[in-house]
Ligand binder design. Structure first.
Ligand code: SF4
Length: 292
């Protein structure tokens, strides 16, 4: 998929609203790598080219880590771009702060392939800087965006990389209800297939699992992607152990949709049956383990 096709597919699937509603601020960051902790403690570093995210999913836990209450409230409408990301990455590689084999999770508080990446290319620049320095981290990329297909040429040059696609439902109606500014489910499935067909390992994150319309058909479709692993998780409570949780609005929507922990558990059981014993189905943090 060419970059133009990727961006056209995002525009077609989510409309133009996300492009006009998100303001971009440029910052010179002090560092690009953050020591991983908590939920992601099996990684050495998290890597965020941006803070804020134009996709603005309603259930997003990253909003709780925004610097101010105003930014938490306007989540999805602002992005801070680390314009010196390439230089910082090159410096981290040259200084030995990042070494071959280190496990990186990209990204913990943003989507590295959100729409603004098409224009700014910071995520691509970071990947280029790693490759130019000859450092080969164990890289996990978490995204719901087809823009990742633009970088397949670079991803294929990493020894250990996995792209985890966030696909929390099979239903466009549900997707529009919980993440109206994100790419359509069809576009994500197509992007995941494209990345996998290019020989790059993928994972499927059905997290948080949202109401599923046809778990059998969804499971068969996901199984066909031959991912390294599949992971599920129910919506977090309002206050979870890692300090972020679901908003009361999202939990209310789930209640209106009759989507509780029991419905989730039943869907997960059905998914396990459809995926079969040969495919790995994880739950919670185990679904976010670094690539080996
Ligand atoms: S794409 Fe990820 S980081 Fe962005 S708003 Fe959605 S859940 Fe949050």
């Amino acid at each position: 998929m060419s970059p133009d096709v990727a961006i056209r597919e995002i525009r077609q699937s989510i409309g133009r609203s996300v492009f006009s509603r998100t303001s971009v601020q440029y910052i010179d960051s002090k560092s690009i790598l953050t020591r991983a902790s908590g939920f992601l403690s099996r990684y050495d570093f998290t890597l965020n080219p941006y803070s804020g995210c134009g996709f603005g999913c309603e259930y997003c836990y990253a909003r709780f880590f925004a610097p101010s209450a105003k930014q938490r409230e306007s989540w999805g409408q602002w992005v801070s771009a680390k314009r010196n990301a390439r230089e910082l990455m090159a410096k981290a590689c040259r200084s030995g702060a990042l070494k071959t084999g280190d496990a990186i999770y990209m990204s913990s508080v943003t989507d590295p392939y959100q729409p603004v990446e098409q224009r700014l290319g910071l995520t691509r620049a970071i990947l280029e800087a790693m490759l130019e320095c000859g450092v080969q981290p164990r890289l996990t990329i978490q995204t719901r965006s087809p823009i990742v297909t633009r970088d397949i040429d670079l991803l294929r040059r990493f020894d250990k990389v996995r792209v985890n696609f966030s696909i929390p439902t099979d239903s466009e109606d549900v997707r529009l209800r919980y993440e109206p500014h994100a790419p359509s489910i069809a576009v994500r499935l197509k992007a995941a297939a494209k990345v996998a067909d290019a020989g790059v390992r993928i994972g499927i994150s059905i997290t948080p699992m949202l109401p599923i319309r046809d778990i059998e058909a969804f499971g068969i479709r996901l199984a066909g992607l031959n991912a390294d692993g599949y992971s599920t998780q129910y919506l977090k409570p309002e206050r979870s152990s890692f300090g972020a949780g679901s908003t009361s609005e999202v939990l209310k929507k789930a209640q209106e949709d009759a989507w509780g922990i029991r419905e989730y558990s039943r869907a997960r059981e059905s998914l396990a049956r459809v995926l079969g014993e040969g495919r790995k189905l994880y739950e919670g943090a185990s679904g976010y383990a670094p690539i080996r």
